[in-house]
Each structure stands twice: as C-alpha cells, then as structure tokens.
Design a protein around this ligand. Structure first.
Ligand code: ZN
Ligand code: ZN
Length: 397
C-alpha cells in the first residue's frame, strides 16, 4: 500500500485525535491535556519517547531497521486566546481559547505520520525525530525544545528538518506551497516610553510634552523604513499600541507605544535593532526629552534551505501530482518559531491549504480568526507528506 493510501486509511483516527485536541485547546508552554493525548496516540509504537522539563513537549525517536541519517518532523500543539465562533460540532469547549491557527491539525497529522512510519520501521534507512512542540504562538517553544536537546535526541544532528502549517485561506484544500529562501518574516518588538514633564495644557512652554515627540517618532519610523532599507529586502513597522494622557487639559508625564518590526533578512534585522533605538532617543533629545527604546528580538526569519525546498516541491509533485505544489512567489509576513530549528538544521517549512470546500480561499477567514475553519480533508494529505518527506530524505542518505 502506498504511503498516501495508508494515510487515507488512517484519516479517521487522525481526525478523531484532531477533534479531541480542538475541543480542549490549551495556551502557551504548558499543555498537559494535549501532551497526554499525544502520548496516548503514540502508545505501543516502537518509539523512544521523552517529555519536556520546562514545557509540555513530546519528543519521539523512531530508529529504523537500516542504517542512515536523522530527519526531524515538527508539529506545534498550542492554541490562541480567541473565542471560537465556528459552530462546529467539535468546537472549543474552553471559553476564550481556540485552535484558530490549525495547530490541532499539525499535532494530529504528526501523530498519524509517526504511526505510519512505525509500520515501516524494518525498512526505514535511518532515524526520525518527531517534535511535538508547545508555545509556538509567541512563547518560542521551539527555542525551549532546542535548549532541552530535541536536535540531539537521536544522538546525532538531523540532516534535515520539516515543518507543516495549514492555512484556512489563500490555498485550496490539499494544495501545498513552499519556496526556497525566506518564507516567513522575522518579528521583533519595539517598546518605547517617552519621558516628559506634565503640566497645564494651556502653558506647554512650562511643561515638557511627550505627546508630539512620540507622534513624531511613530512617523519617523515610517520614513526610516523608506530611507534606510533596500526596497527589495522589505521591512514593515506597525505601531499597534499608543497611549498617553488622561484628558484634554493636562499634559502627561509620559507617552508609550508598542510597534512590531518585520524583516526578511538577518542584515535588515540587525540594522533595525541598531537604528530604531537611536532614532527614538535622538528625537527625544531634539525635544529636550528622554526616551527608553527597547528593541526585543523575538522570532528570526524563517529561511528554507534552497535544496530542501526544491526536494519538498519535488516530493509533493511525485506523491500528489502536478498542480498540488505551488512555488510561493513571496514570503508571508507572519512569523514562526520553526525559524529557530531552521537556523541550526537545513530544512523546509511547507504550507498546506485546508480551506473548506464551501469557502473561497481568496476571501475565507484567515488563521487566527474566530470563524476560521480547517477542513479535515487536509489531514490525510499532511500526514502523507510528513511521512514521505522523512522516507525519501532518509533514502537519499
Ligand atoms: Zn498562528
Ligand atoms: Zn501557527
């Protein structure tokens, strides 16, 4: 039986696991119920399983019957602080928490792939590490798992690592997409506090008003983006939070704002980290004020290895037929902590369309929406791709 047929045969149990995880979503690095479901799904399989110390991760190692290299497959497991409004029969039973990014599908597909590959253990030429990861949504769970040794779980470093991500829009169900080079942005945070001196709004010359200076900083960041960065290596800065003052006739002591900075290369990212704080503090000083500007590095650029991305596209075409693998023209402005893995091991991050058939991928709600839905029909395809990437990459040696 082909891997794809076998994945289709497993689709029912993969969907069952997915629905159970979806109904009981958990947030952040501590996902005990999700971890438990994964451990139960892997029970009885010929795997060496370990769990995380600082986070509820699961690392499972499958040693094949034939010698060969190590490959890592990753699925993330955490949900979001979103109140689900899909009305699905298996919708979240936890108020305010929802698997709105489809990580329930990743976890279930990776468990399905583990089952499928375990059935082929005897002929497997090498070792597979299954990385079940909490805390993708802003908690750098991948970084924690690397610190706890996931990349060395098999005794030697993987030659390749692959991650899958479903998308509720953009791609028709069952269509995969990836690209060589950057596939997702780096996402960093800019935190600014402008210190002035409060006073009566009618006599600003007797106070030190932080608000106009903070407004100038917000606009100057946009000018900086257009003057300091190569237009073909784009940077996006968005100020998403801006707070100062309490009423119209009082000059406040402080103004604060938060911005996100997205970039697609290590060099642009380094330039941001250097130029942003300087711009802020120099504008403050031009107005006789002071400012604290913190540039916090969060997730790096997710960079696909060119050869591994080509290999993934080839595998998709060979397994599923032409037209099922789309070479992404541009990176996506979101960010992923699988970037930490790809900083250390060559590999590829692949998107999988899971848009339900009654929605148009061009207009369907995006990941993170309270009404985003991910079709179960994608599960067999993602399970098959995880397994095929491992099998074919190991066979290459
Ligand atoms: Zn997400
Ligand atoms: Zn996600």
């Amino acid at each position: 039986m082909s891997v794809r047929d076998e994945a289709a045969r497993l689709a029912g149990e993969v969907a069952e696991l997915r629905h159970a995880i979806h109904q009981e979503p958990e947030i952040g690095l501590d996902l005990p119920k999700t971890q438990d479901k994964v451990l139960r799904a892997l029970e009885g399989l010929p795997l060496t399983v370990s769990t995380g110390r600082a986070l509820s991760s699961v690392t499972a190692v499958l040693r094949g019957g034939a010698p060969g290299p190590v490959v890592l497959l990753r699925g993330d497991m955490d949900a979001l602080l979103v109140t689900e409004e899909t009305g699905l029969p298996y919708a979240s039973a936890i108020p305010g928490v929802m698997h709105a990014c489809g990580h329930d599908q990743h976890t279930a597909m990776l468990a399905g792939a583990a089952r499928l590959l375990c059935a082929r253990q005897a002929e497997l030429p090498g070792t597979v590490i299954f990385m079940f990861q909490p805390g993708e949504e802003g908690h750098a769970g991948a970084r924690h798992m690397i610190d706890e040794g996931v990349l060395d779980a098999a005794g030697e470093r993987p030659v390749a690592a692959y991650g899958l991500h479903v998308t509720s829009n953009r791609l028709p169900c069952g269509v995969f997409s990836t690209r060589p080079g950057p596939i997702l942005a780096a996402a960093d945070q800019i935190t600014v506090t402008v210190h002035g001196r409060g006073g009566h709004a009618s006599q600003p010359h007797l106070a030190a008003d932080p608000i106009p200076a903070a407004c100038e900083m917000v606009l100057a960041l946009q000018t900086m983006v257009t003057r300091k960065f190569d237009v073909f290596d784009p940077v996006v800065i968005t100020t998403g939070s801006f707070h100062a003052g309490t009423t119209d006739n009082v000059i406040p002591d402080q103004a604060t704002f938060l911005a996100t900075a997205r970039s697609y290369s290590a060099s642009s990212r380094a330039l941001l980290a250097d130029a942003v704080p300087r711009l802020i503090t120099d504008i403050a000083s031009a107005h006789g004020l002071t400012a604290d500007a913190r540039y916090s590095a969060e997730y790096p650029v997710t960079v696909n290895d060119a050869a591994e991305a080509e290999f993934a596209l080839e595998t998709i075409t060979e397994v599923f037929g032409s037209g099922r693998g789309v070479r992404g023209e541009f990176p996506i402005p979101g960010a992923e902590d699988f970037s930490f893995v790809l900083d250390e091991v060559p590999g590829a991050f692949v998107f999988l369309g899971a848009c339900p058939p009654d929605r148009d991928p061009a207009t369907a709600p995006t990941n993170h929406s309270a009404v985003a839905t991910f079709d179960d029909a994608a599960l067999a395809e993602g399970t098959a791709l995880y397994a095929e990437l491992a099998l074919r990459r190991l066979a290459r040696g």
